[in-house]
Design a binder for this molecule. Structure first.
Ligand SMILES: [Mg+2]
Length: 264
């Protein structure tokens, strides 16, 4: 019997990325705070308040239209670190500050540079999900086929994949697909490519990672390893109530795939 097909999500499934933005976002807010303090003195919003504004812009931007492209920002770099520049602009407007064109462009450049630290090779080597390397190697050793299917900025996701292959977390010859958003059609295509394989999809977000595959009724089974989601904080309980339990198992970590492999 042919091995199984495994379609894995990347962010917060194989590698935890929630804290990638934390330090750069904090540094950007500190910098904005210092700039606003020049004009506003003690009335300047605190670093924490600035972080809250930036986070809200980030969250909203996912679905907003990027004026540069005419399509939603989704997960491109215009969203983050672009959101840090937008935070500065919105606060300037709110407090009636005009930094002038030259200063503004210098500040924007510096904010982008601070934000780009969220996408460094060094950072991508860290925060690997427990047992990720062992699990992917185990599946390969069973003659299973692995595909990494991830949504996000093409450049950033490809850099992550390159780093994770380099440090041996993802087997070298694993196929990967990067798209701005996940689509049922991609899962359909994979099912056609591997018609005789039992198919599994693994991810941390039910709506984005799992549902598009299950909606096809093409025999996909799924494993959800839930993580509290920054886009929908506090939504976990609601999501768990909606899960199609017939076709979706809920695991607490990746290691359970190895531990329960024979029953899958
Ligand atoms: Mg994910």
């Amino acid at each position: 019997m042919a091995g199984k097909l495994w379609v894995f999500d990347l962010d917060n499934t194989i590698r935890f990325c929630g804290s990638d933005y934390e330090k750069p976002a904090q540094d950007a807010a500190k910098y904005i705070h210092s700039l606003l303090k020049n004009d506003l003195g003690k009335k300047a919003p605190s670093t924490e308040e600035i972080i809250t504004v930036a986070r809200e812009i980030d969250r909203k931007r996912v679905n907003e239209i990027n004026p540069k492209t005419g399509t939603p920002f989704l997960y491109c770099m215009d969203r983050f670190p672009g959101s840090q520049v937008e935070t500065f602009h919105q606060l300037c407007q709110k407090y009636n500050i005009n930094p002038g064109e030259a200063a503004d462009s210098e500040i924007a450049g510096r904010l982008l540079k601070i934000g780009l630290r969220a996408f460094s090779e060094e950072l991508f080597r860290s925060n690997i999900a427990p047992r990720a390397k062992e699990v992917l190697k185990f599946l390969r050793d069973q003659d299973d086929t692995l595909v990494i299917y991830t949504k996000g900025d093409n450049h950033v996701q490809n850099l992550k994949l390159k780093v994770l292959k380099k440090i041996g977390v993802i087997p070298q010859d694993t196929n990967a697909c990067v798209q701005e958003n996940k689509h049922a059609d991609t899962f359909r295509h994979l099912a056609l490519l591997y018609p005789s394989r039992k198919r599994f999809v693994v991810g941390d977000t039910y709506k984005a990672d799992i549902q598009p595959a299950l909606s096809l009724n093409l025999g996909y089974k799924s494993i959800l390893i839930p993580a509290e989601n920054w886009e929908e904080p506090g939504q976990l309980e609601k999501t768990l109530a909606e899960v199609d339990r017939q076709n979706c198992r809920i695991f607490k970590d990746l290691g359970q795939i190895v531990d329960q492999y024979r029953e899958l």
